[in-house]
Design a protein around this ligand. Structure first.
Ligand code: AMP
Ligand code: ZN
Length: 118
Protein backbone atom coordinates (compact mmCIF):
# COMPACT_ATOMS: atom_id res chain seq x y z
CA UNK A 1 0.00 0.00 0.00
CA UNK A 2 1.24 3.50 -0.76
CA UNK A 3 2.14 5.81 2.12
CA UNK A 4 -0.71 7.89 3.52
CA UNK A 5 -0.89 11.37 1.99
CA UNK A 6 0.28 14.00 4.44
CA UNK A 7 -2.52 15.94 6.11
CA UNK A 8 -5.21 13.80 4.48
CA UNK A 9 -8.20 13.40 6.80
CA UNK A 10 -9.38 10.12 5.31
CA UNK A 11 -5.85 8.60 5.27
CA UNK A 12 -5.86 9.46 9.00
CA UNK A 13 -9.15 7.58 9.48
CA UNK A 14 -7.88 4.59 7.45
CA UNK A 15 -4.74 4.49 9.63
CA UNK A 16 -6.80 4.77 12.84
CA UNK A 17 -5.07 8.04 13.79
CA UNK A 18 -8.32 10.03 13.49
CA UNK A 19 -11.39 8.64 15.23
CA UNK A 20 -14.38 7.58 13.15
CA UNK A 21 -17.27 5.15 13.44
CA UNK A 22 -15.75 2.45 11.23
CA UNK A 23 -18.46 0.05 10.03
CA UNK A 24 -16.58 -2.25 7.71
CA UNK A 25 -13.07 -2.95 6.43
CA UNK A 26 -12.46 -4.97 3.28
CA UNK A 27 -9.20 -5.90 1.59
CA UNK A 28 -8.88 -2.46 -0.02
CA UNK A 29 -11.61 -0.24 1.44
CA UNK A 30 -12.78 1.26 4.72
CA UNK A 31 -16.41 2.26 5.38
CA UNK A 32 -17.31 4.74 8.12
CA UNK A 33 -20.27 6.87 9.16
CA UNK A 34 -20.42 10.37 7.69
CA UNK A 35 -19.96 12.88 10.52
CA UNK A 36 -22.71 15.13 9.11
CA UNK A 37 -25.31 12.69 7.77
CA UNK A 38 -27.58 13.84 4.94
CA UNK A 39 -29.86 10.79 5.25
CA UNK A 40 -30.77 8.22 7.95
CA UNK A 41 -28.02 6.03 6.51
CA UNK A 42 -24.98 7.97 5.27
CA UNK A 43 -21.77 6.00 5.00
CA UNK A 44 -18.52 6.91 3.24
CA UNK A 45 -16.51 4.16 1.54
CA UNK A 46 -12.90 5.08 0.83
CA UNK A 47 -9.96 3.23 -0.69
CA UNK A 48 -7.30 2.39 1.90
CA UNK A 49 -4.74 3.67 -0.61
CA UNK A 50 -4.78 7.42 -1.22
CA UNK A 51 -6.51 8.22 -4.52
CA UNK A 52 -7.41 11.84 -4.95
CA UNK A 53 -10.71 11.87 -6.77
CA UNK A 54 -13.07 10.14 -9.17
CA UNK A 55 -11.65 12.50 -11.80
CA UNK A 56 -8.07 11.26 -11.33
CA UNK A 57 -8.76 7.50 -11.46
CA UNK A 58 -6.31 5.52 -13.59
CA UNK A 59 -6.48 2.00 -15.00
CA UNK A 60 -4.25 0.84 -12.13
CA UNK A 61 -6.99 1.92 -9.67
CA UNK A 62 -9.53 -0.55 -11.08
CA UNK A 63 -9.28 -2.98 -8.16
CA UNK A 64 -9.87 -0.18 -5.65
CA UNK A 65 -12.90 1.02 -7.58
CA UNK A 66 -14.40 -2.47 -7.80
CA UNK A 67 -13.79 -2.99 -4.09
CA UNK A 68 -15.48 0.33 -3.24
CA UNK A 69 -18.62 -0.83 -5.04
CA UNK A 70 -18.56 -4.27 -3.43
CA UNK A 71 -18.09 -2.67 -0.01
CA UNK A 72 -20.95 -0.22 -0.64
CA UNK A 73 -23.19 -3.18 -1.44
CA UNK A 74 -22.10 -4.94 1.76
CA UNK A 75 -22.69 -1.78 3.85
CA UNK A 76 -26.18 -1.41 2.31
CA UNK A 77 -26.94 -5.01 3.28
CA UNK A 78 -25.60 -4.54 6.82
CA UNK A 79 -27.56 -1.31 7.32
CA UNK A 80 -30.81 -2.83 6.01
CA UNK A 81 -31.25 -0.65 2.92
CA UNK A 82 -30.34 -3.18 0.23
CA UNK A 83 -33.99 -3.79 -0.64
CA UNK A 84 -35.43 -0.31 -0.04
CA UNK A 85 -32.73 1.27 -2.21
CA UNK A 86 -29.92 3.76 -1.86
CA UNK A 87 -27.92 6.36 -3.74
CA UNK A 88 -24.19 6.12 -4.53
CA UNK A 89 -22.43 9.45 -5.11
CA UNK A 90 -18.95 10.64 -6.02
CA UNK A 91 -18.65 14.42 -5.73
CA UNK A 92 -16.09 16.06 -8.03
CA UNK A 93 -14.99 19.69 -7.83
CA UNK A 94 -16.39 22.89 -6.42
CA UNK A 95 -19.92 22.84 -7.88
CA UNK A 96 -20.48 19.41 -6.32
CA UNK A 97 -19.08 20.62 -2.96
CA UNK A 98 -16.22 18.13 -2.97
CA UNK A 99 -14.39 19.03 0.27
CA UNK A 100 -12.04 16.09 0.97
CA UNK A 101 -9.35 15.22 -1.58
CA UNK A 102 -9.39 11.46 -0.92
CA UNK A 103 -11.77 9.46 -3.11
CA UNK A 104 -14.97 8.59 -1.23
CA UNK A 105 -18.21 6.97 -2.27
CA UNK A 106 -21.27 8.28 -0.42
CA UNK A 107 -23.86 5.59 0.40
CA UNK A 108 -27.14 7.34 1.18
CA UNK A 109 -30.40 5.65 2.12
CA UNK A 110 -33.13 5.12 4.66
CA UNK A 111 -35.49 7.62 3.01
CA UNK A 112 -36.81 8.32 -0.46
CA UNK A 113 -34.29 10.43 -2.40
CA UNK A 114 -35.31 13.40 -4.50
CA UNK A 115 -34.18 13.80 -8.11
CA UNK A 116 -32.50 15.91 -9.26
CA UNK A 117 -30.42 16.35 -6.07
CA UNK A 118 -30.31 19.90 -4.69
P1 AMP B 1 -17.56 15.58 -0.12
O1 AMP B 1 -18.37 16.83 0.06
O2 AMP B 1 -18.08 14.68 -1.20
O3 AMP B 1 -16.08 15.87 -0.25
O4 AMP B 1 -17.79 14.74 1.19
C1 AMP B 1 -17.02 14.84 2.34
C2 AMP B 1 -17.85 14.23 3.43
O5 AMP B 1 -16.98 13.94 4.51
C3 AMP B 1 -18.94 15.15 3.98
O6 AMP B 1 -20.21 14.52 3.82
C4 AMP B 1 -18.57 15.32 5.45
O7 AMP B 1 -19.68 15.36 6.30
C5 AMP B 1 -17.70 14.10 5.70
N1 AMP B 1 -16.71 14.24 6.76
C6 AMP B 1 -15.86 15.28 6.97
N2 AMP B 1 -15.07 15.03 8.03
C7 AMP B 1 -15.41 13.80 8.49
C8 AMP B 1 -14.96 12.97 9.56
N3 AMP B 1 -13.97 13.36 10.40
N4 AMP B 1 -15.55 11.76 9.75
C9 AMP B 1 -16.54 11.37 8.94
N5 AMP B 1 -17.01 12.09 7.90
C10 AMP B 1 -16.47 13.28 7.67
ZN1 ZN C 1 -5.83 10.20 1.73
Amino acid sequence: MSAPAEDCLFCGIVAGDIPAEVLHRSERSVAFADINPAAPVHVLVVPARHIESAATLEAEDAEELADLLRTAREVARQRGIADSGYRLVFNVGADANNTVAHLHLHVLGGRAMTWPPG
